[in-house]
Design a binder for this molecule. Structure first.
Ligand code: PLP
Length: 350
């Protein structure tokens, strides 16, 4: 039997969910790909601004039901920022103290948002250090280390429960090609790609799951070489995706293919996309859309019709001082001109 506090906490989270709306599926029209529809599942419209709102809800429910979070438990999380913003929201909803352990280079806006929800930020030098520092803090404070990198793949019900995959396929029902040829997604924890891949198989769809990976991430090589022990010394420059180790929630066996995306291509794509949809997006959305465009080109070359779905993970307003600052881009990403020139030619959209 669960405690009175746990019962009330679960009801509070469910009531919050009941008050929520689903996110929009935006359709892109590109002159070069008249027979191929590309869709963006807009996860930036969750109350905490990213796809991590779904994950944070699932992680809290999972931990409360398992008896890991109780009344007054301090929650500690290792994050590149987005998950921490969403978890700070749920911690405040349940009146629990929350500490985010993040690399010091995390977008300032995310830090402000965590603090807005009453969370505290604890910084480390490098993204590879967030795990052990979170464990240490949890021990010191007798708190609970949420550990999204381990639990993302299992806290979400991959069979349905309005997970992101079920929502996408429901929203595609009246489209010309309801069963997409491809779903494209990057990996941070790997949890979203695990949910998508498992759901596709469970439902027996012919959709291929393609995972895109930025520079300085080990996921691509892990997948190609079938090895989980690879490590990288440099952190990913695309916030939210690409990791220095193969995270436990990254499940290669449900992925059909992977594409490596150069960082300048991800950034050029968000500039190009802003003109198309009138909105700024985060860099991981650029990685997703660049991957989707490569697949659209391949389908076009093979005279194939169909749909491709990818995710708009979060809004670009969080990154005005980095990805949308030309000087920062020049110093940290390099020259993006080649890709800025390529995108209009590839898509027919200037
Ligand atoms: C902005 C952004 N995009 C994409 C992802 C990747 O999602 P997942 O952790 O489910 O692999 C994350 C995860 O942190 C993120 O913050």
């Amino acid at each position: 039997m669960s405690s009175l506090w746990a019962k009330k906490a679960i009801k509070t989270i469910q009531a919050d969910y009941q008050r929520s709306a689903d996110t929009h599926l935006i359709r892109l029209n590109l002159p070069m790909f008249s027979d191929i529809s590309i869709y963006l599942k807009d996860e930036s419209t969750h109350p905490t601004g990213s796809l991590k709102h779904r994950l944070a809800r699932s992680l809290f429910l999972y931990a409360i039901i398992n008896g890991w979070i109780k009344e007054g438990t301090t929650i500690i999380e290792a994050s590149s920022g987005s998950t921490a913003v969403s978890e700070a929201y749920f911690a405040r909803l349940l009146d629990l103290p929350f500490i985010a352990v993040m690399p010091f280079c995390t977008a300032k806006r995310k830090v402000q948002e965590i603090e807005f929800y009453g969370g505290k930020c604890h910084f480390v030098e490098h993204s590879a250090l967030i795990y052990q520092e979170s464990e240490r803090l949890a021990k010191e404070l007798n708190g609970h280390y949420m550990d999204q990198f381990t639990y993302a793949e299992r806290a979400t019900d991959w069979r349905g429960s309005n997970n992101i995959a079920e929502s996408i396929f429901r929203q595609m029902q009246l489209e010309p090609f309801p069963e997409p040829a491809y779903i494209v997604m990057g990996a941070g924890t790997g949890g979203t790609s695990a949910t998508l891949g498992r759901y596709i198989r469970y439902q027996g769809y012919d959709t291929s799951l393609v995972v895109v990976d930025p520079e300085n991430s080990v996921f691509y090589d892990c997948y190609r070489q079938n090895r989980c022990d690879l490590l990288s010394n440099n952190g990913s420059k695309i916030e939210g995706i690409g990791r220095p180790r193969a995270e436990p929630s990254f499940i290669p066996s449900v992925i059909n293919d992977m594409i490596q995306v150069p960082d300048p291509a991800s950034i050029a794509t968000i500039y190009w996309l802003e003109k198309l949809i009138g909105r700024k997006t985060g860099a991981s959305t650029g990685t997703n859309v660049w991957g989707a465009l490569q697949l659209a080109q391949k389908m076009h070359d093979n005279n194939q019709q169909g749909a491709i779905v990818t995710l708009l993970c979060d809004s670009g307003e969080r990154y005005l001082d980095t990805y949308y600052n030309p000087e920062w881009v020049r110093n940290n990403i390099g020259d993006i001109t080649q890709y800025l020139t390529q995108l209009p030619k590839l898509t027919g959209y200037e």
